[in-house]
Design a protein around this ligand. Structure first.
Ligand code: C2E
Ligand code: MG
Ligand code: MG
Length: 305
């Protein structure tokens, strides 16, 4: 080793640590040798984490809303709240670029709380502004595994509802199959307590994860959201059509509404309507939009009945 290569003990330990994390990430009984690229990656990650932390603190996170439309009458029956990061340097950052990091670092908890609070405030104004006799619009918020499995998720939902005065029936929570597969007994307990508050529950991206139909039977769900990968192929691939058909039949038999995600064309919409799907969501109706635009969209697509 030349003089310039000699490293401080602290640096050596840090590098050994990074190599250990890499080995752990690759599975059990592995080893990894430190490489400079690990250091660069760790630095980039730390930088991203700090920026996200700052964004949450400063309120740079915002919420966009995407309508859920009844396929029976075209009325908007819900709005899904989707987080966006308005980064002063990088513009609007999509969730796929920060939700995994937020989940890994635990920042999803304060972030998710902000999204839920903002969405419930917005939904409360939609309830107040809605024409008399109109069905209330349900605002749907995504809950990640980490948010769902934290000790006080029920308390958190409760306090947001209290603070915003939103009727619990106007709040829906979307959870993924990953959430319900872990730790089934405590999961069912949490779902029951959430249900007892009066909120609605949906399984997001249904069919994409490790589906066990057992949980669909046991859990108090209101809604199944068919993953958009099946909807995308519904015209071209008979297998996709068969799967969507089966999910609709399942939902109907168990008293759950079925929502098709990722509806992009009029063709897909017609077919989904023909086979009895309850609701649709996707670019064909509207892309996720800022709150002001969502309010205008809602005003134009609500039917006082
Ligand atoms: P998701 O909950 O399944 O949300 C649907 C995603 O599909 C959204 O992406 C939406 O913009 C996109 N989408 C909607 N219609 C179409 C379509 O017709 N075609 C295509 N190709 N895509 C469509 P987005 O907003 O990028 O969100 C991605 C994911 O990030 C969400 O998937 C959700 O899992 C997660 N996410 C977003 N906001 C939050 C949040 O506040 N909390 C948590 N925990 N997760 C969130
Ligand atoms: Mg969702
Ligand atoms: Mg989804």
């Amino acid at each position: 080793m030349s003089g310039s290569d000699r490293k401080e003990p602290g640096q050596l330990l840090r590098e050994a640590d990074l190599a250990m994390y890499r080995a752990k990430a690759q599975g059990k009984a592995r080893y990894a040798v430190f490489e400079e690229e690990m250091d660069e990656k760790a630095t980039r990650r730390l930088d991203a984490e700090n920026r996200l932390r700052r964004a949450i603190r400063r309120g740079d996170l915002t919420v966009h809303y995407q309508p859920k439309v009844s396929l029976r009458n075209g009325e908007v029956v819900g709005m899904e709240a989707l987080a966006r990061w308005a980064d002063p340097e990088r513009g609007l950052v999509p969730p796929c670029d920060f939700i995994p990091l937020a989940e890994e670092t635990g920042l999803i908890v304060p972030m998710g709380e902000q999204v839920m609070r903002e969405a419930c405030h917005r939904a409360a104004t939609w309830c107040d502004e809605g024409p008399p006799g109109c069905e209330p619009v349900v605002v749907w918020v995504n809950l990640s595994p980490r948010q769902f499995h934290r000790a006080d998720v029920v308390g958190q939902v409760c306090s947001v509802l209290e603070e915003t005065g939103l009727d619990p029936w106007c709040l829906g929570l979307e959870i993924t199959e990953g959430v319900v597969m872990d730790d089934a007994e405590s999961t069912i307990e949490t779902l029951k307590r959430l249900k007892a508050l009066g909120v609605r529950l949906a399984i997001d991206d249904f069919g994409k994860g490790y589906s066990s139909l057992g949980y669909v039977k046991r859990f108090p769900l209101d809604c199944l959201k068919v993953d958009r990968s099946f909807v995308a192929g519904i015209r071209e691939h008979p297998e996709d059509l068969a799967i969507v058909h089966a999910v609709i039949a399942l939902g109907r038999a168990l008293g759950m509404a079925v929502v098709a995600e990722g509806v992009e064309t009029a063709d897909q919409l017609d077919l989904l309507r023909d086979i009895g799907c309850d609701q649709g969501q996707g670019y064909h109706f509207a892309r996720p939009m800022p709150a002001g635009e969502a309010s205008a969209f809602l005003a134009a697509h609500r039917d006082p009945g």
